[in-house]
Design a protein around this ligand. Structure first.
Ligand code: ADP
Length: 478
């Protein structure tokens, strides 16, 4: 679609519509005022009605004696004399008296007189210009003698020049009001639009920079608290968040590379050593092989963790659900940590009642969560520390497994973030920062919860909540 600025679109739509409405209103007002003035002029010229005129001139007849005097007398004294001129026209169409005293030539054009002769009520009106250029409104009203013969007509005339001058003033006033309103609209509209388009342009420029990877790009201060202000704040927050994620991602890549390199170096080193010593030292060979196997297992676990994370990020993490006993899985995991705990000098107090905790879940994934949580507890606890593993059922449909440790704890400012991907609160201990994010996702997929509490410097408590299969639920599912 072709680019068109908001301002231009506003001009083409709102401004042109307002312009059209204003023009229509201006014309309407102008014609109403003109109708009013012309109506007033018409009422003035038509004030004398035919009946009244007939009663004045009907006395005279064919002899016409005294008629001219009567006509003159009428023309000198008729009402509205200050506003109107009157001509008395005889039966032959000749103007015999005019109220302003001028004699009128026979060939003067009187369209209203001609029309009145043929009109049923004997009257007609005409508006037009005199040869002198003066604009008038004329009204002719015919009269008859008592005998019934056509007597002639009276022609009343009012000058329209004053009215037209008045109308010109009205037109100027209307045009001025129109220009003032329209200019106000254009100025206020342009200023208002600019207050939108300028920040939107800034937002666009900042968004382009952010898209190009410049997460430092920030939108300048926007002075109003409105939708655009909210958008600016959101985009600034988005840039900060993207910058933070970028930083975490870079840290993650370097941590993971480092983590991968450590076991690889050990494997290679031991491989070379074994190559050199050959079969000469079976004890050394066994030790080397053990280390190679355990480092290869560590590498494998890390790659698995990375693959899980990638599955989680793309929403491809699937569960192989089956009926399981959560505590049986926990039992196995805690048992597998026994040897390590002795080796590292950390005491595990495993205190789990032997009640059944049936539910539906993926046993491998559930174990993965327990392993991760216990691994963290071991990693972040010094030699001589203690780890407690306990379980309780606050209701028949809920199991809570709690793992506590007396380790380094988590700082309050890190606590809300540690479930986020790549987030590491402690860089002195190996780890990629994705373990808890994966665990949290697994717990969510099982409709469970992973909650962490910690007191910095004295220990951490991880609470895993699982929904259990109750007898009623089991029945429902069948
Ligand atoms: P990592 O592989 O780095 O341990 P996790 O996602 O498992 O990543 O944990 C994220 C961060 O949470 C860790 O870097 C660590 O700082 C903190 N953390 C997790 N468990 C504990 C714990 N039991 N005690 C102290 N800190 C912990």
């Amino acid at each position: 679609m072709k680019y068109m600025s908001i301002t231009k679109r506003w001009f083409l739509t709102v401004a042109s519509l307002v312009f059209a409405v204003l023009v229509a209103v201006a014309f309407l007002v102008y014609s109403l005022v003109m109708n009013y003035y012309y109506g007033a002029a018409r009422m003035t010229v038509e004030a004398m009605n035919a009946g009244e005129i007939n009663s004045i001139f009907s006395l005279y007849g064919a002899s016409n004696s005294g008629f001219e005097d009567a006509a003159r007398n009428y023309a000198e004294n008729f009402q509205n004399k200050d506003k109107l001129a009157v001509w008395v026209i005889n039966s032959k169409g000749k103007v015999i008296v005019s109220s302003n005293g001028f004699s009128i030539s026979d060939d003067v054009s009187m369209p209203d007189y001609s029309d009145a002769l043929s009109s049923p009520d004997g009257t007609a009106r005409w508006t037009g210009e005199l040869p002198s250029g003066e604009k008038i409104m004329a009204y002719t009203c015919t009269y008859h003698y008592n005998s019934g013969d056509f007597g002639g007509a009276l022609r009343y005339m009012v000058s329209m020049d004053a009215i037209d001058a008045q109308m010109r003033i009205v037109a100027v006033i209307i045009a001025s009001v129109f220009i003032i309103i329209f200019s106000f609209l254009i100025v206020s509209g342009t200023l208002f639009l600019r207050s939108i388009t300028n920040p939107v342009r800034n937002i666009g420029e900042a968004a382009k920079k952010i898209a190009a990877g410049d997460f430092e790009a920030n939108i300048d201060h926007y002075p109003y608290n409105d939708e655009i202000g909210e958008l600016c704040t959101t985009i600034n927050e988005m840039a900060d968040k993207l910058g933070e994620t970028e930083r975490l991602k870079n840290d993650f890549i370097s941590t993971v590379s480092h983590e991968l390199r450590t076991p690889l170096t050990a494997i290679r080193g031991w491989g070379e050593t074994l190559q050199q010593i050959g079969d000469s030292d079976p004890a050394m060979t066994k030790r080397g092989m053990d280390i190679i196997i355990s480092e290869a297992t560590r590498l494998n676990d890390m790659v698995e963790e990375l693959l899980d994370f990638s599955r989680m990020s793309s929403g491809r993490m699937k569960l192989n659900r089956e009926k399981i006993d959560f505590l049986a899985e926990l039992d196995e995991v805690v048992f597998s940590f026994k040897e390590r705990s002795i080796r590292e000098g950390i005491e595990i107090n495993y205190n789990v009642p032997t009640f059944p905790a049936p539910g539906t879940g993926d046993p491998a994934r559930i174990k993965q969560v327990f392993i991760n949580v216990l691994d963290n507890a071991m990693k972040y606890t010094e030699q001589g520390g203690k780890i407690g593993v306990s379980a309780e059922m606050p209701s028949p449909s809920e199991l809570i497994v709690t793992v506590t440790d007396t380790g380094c704890g988590i700082a309050p400012e890190d606590l809300p973030h540690i479930k986020e991907k790549f987030y590491k609160a402690n860089n002195t201990v190996r780890g990629s920062g994705i373990g808890l994010a994966v665990c949290d996702e697994i717990m969510n997929l099982h409709e469970g919860r992973l909650d962490i509490d910690s007191v910095y410097g004295s220990g951490t408590t991880v609470r895993l909540t699982f929904p259990l299969e109750t007898a009623a639920k089991e029945k429902e599912n069948e």
